[in-house]
Design a protein around this ligand. Structure first.
Ligand code: KG4
Ligand code: ZN
Length: 342
């Protein structure tokens, strides 16, 4: 099992340029792009790893949650490969994959992950908090009732003319603004205090924009994005006045506070010895810096940025313990839009 802990290659086909034109993910285009890329990406990953079909013991695939059209491409292809190569199939939950990106790197660097742990998965589609009593025991503690954290970034960025995906751009620009300049109200949750809500914050940003004459600067950014594709920080700064940078910094601060506040409470509630933060939003520099200062009460582990956003290495990592238990999927495996780990 030694090799279990090593990533031999990781190849990611980005669809950002395809969806960027539309300011968000277009499900039909996503599945078409998956269909186009999947054979080439698998071949390239195997070439870079220096392995052949004969070296493989199993093939793992994401069964959900996610866009069902895209999932279906992966599930169908994986089944076809397993059938023709005589290999067992392993079904992996996407959120469990994000958590295993952290477990994989912790193991590789000799950091022990002590349980119970709390895992926060914050991405474009999910903002979920789990208690983990072991590496495959998940109990949902809280989740977003509306937008996911990454989705809030993407929607605010789109509104302000920053293009898609919004998270990385807003994160890079936030340090140029004053995070105390715009006062947003934290979401008050009736019922489960560990649930999240980001739609109120998104609406507050919309109201802030509506109250100001921002049409010209937003149009200037849309033009810049159309002309350049992925503008640099300097290019964005040239078309973004200080007041808008203050807004971005305050928005980021609010999202980060909301995430870390609940993480801290969750850690306290279950006496967690490790906190895991993963998913695309785990790339956020503001979140990483704030987590260091936030007195979470235990070690907080983040994946390296390359393993934070969607990738196949994390799916393989989550599949390894299943392979060891011979927990294989049947040929009736189906793509599932909604699915919790465990
Ligand atoms: O996990 P992921 O790659 O895909 C999903 O499973 O959704 O996460 C993508 C999300 C997008 O919403 C993107 O804007 C956000 O993660 N994201 C970030 C950052 N990098 C990516 N959000 C905030 N700050 C970042 N640096
Ligand atoms: Zn993801």
């Amino acid at each position: 099992m030694e090799d279990a802990e090593r990533v031999l290659s990781t190849v990611v086909a980005s669809q950002m340029d395809t969806h960027g034109k539309y300011g968000g993910v277009v499900p039909e285009l996503a599945s078409r792009e998956h269909l186009r890329a999947i054979v080439v990406v698998v071949r390239e990953a195997m070439e870079r790893a220096g392995v052949t079909w004969a070296d493989l013991d199993a093939i793992a695939v994401t069964e959900g949650p996610g866009l069902v059209g895209s999932l279906l491409v992966g599930v169908t292809y994986a089944k076809a490969l397993c059938l023709t190569r005589g290999l067992p199939l392993i079904a992996v939950n996407h959120l469990e994959g994000h958590v295993h990106a952290v477990l994989l790197e912790a193991k590789a660097s000799g950091v022990p992950v002590e349980y119970p742990a709390v895992a926060l998965v914050a991405s474009g589609g999910h903002t979920h908090l789990f208690e983990m009593s072991g590496d495959r025991d998940y109990r949902l503690m809280g989740k977003t009732r509306d937008d996911a954290a990454g989705e809030a970034y993407d929607k605010v960025a789109k509104l302000l003319g920053f293009g898609y995906p919004g998270g990385p751009t807003l994160d890079r620009l936030a340090p140029y603004g004053n995070a105390g300049a715009v006062r947003f109200t934290p979401a008050k949750m009736k019922g489960n205090a560990l649930d999240f809500s980001f739609s109120g914050l998104k609406t507050a940003v919309l109201r802030w924009v509506e109250a100001r004459a921002m049409e010209d600067e937003i149009a200037a950014r849309r033009q810049l994005q159309k002309r350049v594709g992925r503008p640099s920080v300097e290019q964005w700064l040239a078309v973004t006045p200080p007041a808008t940078l203050d807004l971005l910094a305050s928005f980021q601060q609010m999202v980060v506070d909301e995430l870390l506040r609940r993480l801290r409470v969750a850690v306290e509630q279950c006496g967690a010895r490790t906190a895991i933060v993963s998913g695309g939003v785990a790339c956020n520099a503001g979140l990483r810096a704030a987590a260091d200062r936030a007195r979470i009460g235990c070690a907080v582990l983040f994946p390296t940025p390359g393993l934070s956003t969607d990738n196949a290495a994390m799916i393989a990592a989550a599949a390894f313990p299943k392979a060891a238990r011979r927990d294989f999927a049947g040929w009736d495996l189906r793509a599932k839009a909604a699915l919790l780990p465990g």
